[in-house]
Design a protein around this ligand. Structure first.
Ligand code: NAP
Length: 273
């Protein structure tokens, strides 16, 4: 009988996670004998989960909020990229070693790879996702990376750690950047839906070419941030490709095979209806 590998996602809450349906669909597509489960954990259960993963030899896992940082000391090794971001979103085995990787950078870069690279980008927000965005922009060779955050101290700390500049949250529209990237949850389905982290009527981008507004939020696909950016003449990029890209990289790590980007995006659009 064929051995079925067991994968899953850990986090809390997991109610709206698309990962189980996406990964189960992807395994089925390539006739890979595996299932993908959702394990909602309390903080006190995290260490026990890792012991269980080692004992049962679970094949791999996604890690999401709030465990992306706290999982790190429980692992044998993490990649240089996960180390520079300070967060892990993927668990996998290398021989007997339980390892951690961060695929958010691959996801973030995916829709940008074919675009002309500008000299400047402004990041809105200074949480976990912003860290992956900074590393991604660095890898793409963007020279001037600036960050604005509601809590100025957090922006300052991140700017120091990564040697980038800060912009005052209150003057963020006065900054002249080609790419404006939203890493806050503003615009997300629910109580944030009507909000945007940026007033494009004040956008000071006349001096820039290749103007792009990139929203990491993907539910809904068209946020207020992207709607306003389009009205102001910017090219827009929603967050679904990032989600697709980070998941495709996870599948590659686990199964050593590639997944079609367009089909994956189509599948996600279908299940979100
Ligand atoms: P996080 O660590 O909680 O950081 C959230 C950031 O947003 C903080 O800098 C926070 O500022 C800011 N923020 C929150 N509420 C705000 C408000 N009302 N006004 C202004 N700023 C506010 O979250 P995260 O992990 O970075 O995730 C952020 C977003 O990215 C989420 O919507 C998540 O779904 C999305 N995301 C998408 C993908 C993808 O694949 N597309 C991947 C990762 C994350 P303060 O410091 O002032 O609190």
């Amino acid at each position: 009988m064929q051995h079925t590998e067991i994968f899953g996602i850990i986090g809390n809450p997991l109610g709206h996670s698309l990962s189980p349906r996406l990964h189960n669909w992807a395994f089925k597509q390539r006739k890979y004998a595996a299932i993908f489960k959702a394990w909602s954990l309390e903080k006190s259960q995290l260490a026990d989960f890792v012991v269980g993963m080692r004992t049962l030899k679970l094949a791999g896992a996604c890690v999401t909020i709030p465990y992306k940082e706290s999982i790190i000391p429980l692992l044998d090794e993490i990649s240089p990229r996960a180390k520079s971001i300070g967060a892990v979103n993927t668990l996998y085995w290398q021989g007997d070693k339980l390892c951690g990787e961060n695929t958010d950078v691959d996801g973030f870069k995916l829709p940008l790879l074919k675009r002309a690279k500008p000299t400047s980008a402004l990041i809105l927000g200074a949480g976990g996702a912003a860290r992956a965005v900074i590393v991604g922009l660095r890898e793409l060779g963007i020279a001037q990376i600036r960050i604005a955050n509601r809590n100025a101290e957090k922006a300052e700390a991140l700017a120091q750690e990564f040697d980038i500049d800060t912009v005052s949250w209150h003057k963020r529209e006065q900054n002249c950047a080609s790419w404006i990237i939203n890493t806050t949850p503003l615009g997300m389905h629910g109580s944030y839906a009507e909000l945007s982290p940026y007033d494009f009527s004040l956008y000071n981008g006349q001096c820039q070419q290749d103007k792009l507004a990139y929203d990491l939020v993907y539910n809904p696909l068209q946020t207020k941030f992207l709607y306003d950016a389009k009205q102001a003449g910017l090219v827009v990029q929603d967050g679904l490709d990032m989600f697709v890209g980070q998941a495709i990289k996870q599948m590659q790590i686990w199964t050593n095979s590639s997944t079609d980007i367009d089909k994956t995006r189509e599948f996600l659009l279908e299940i979100r209806k």
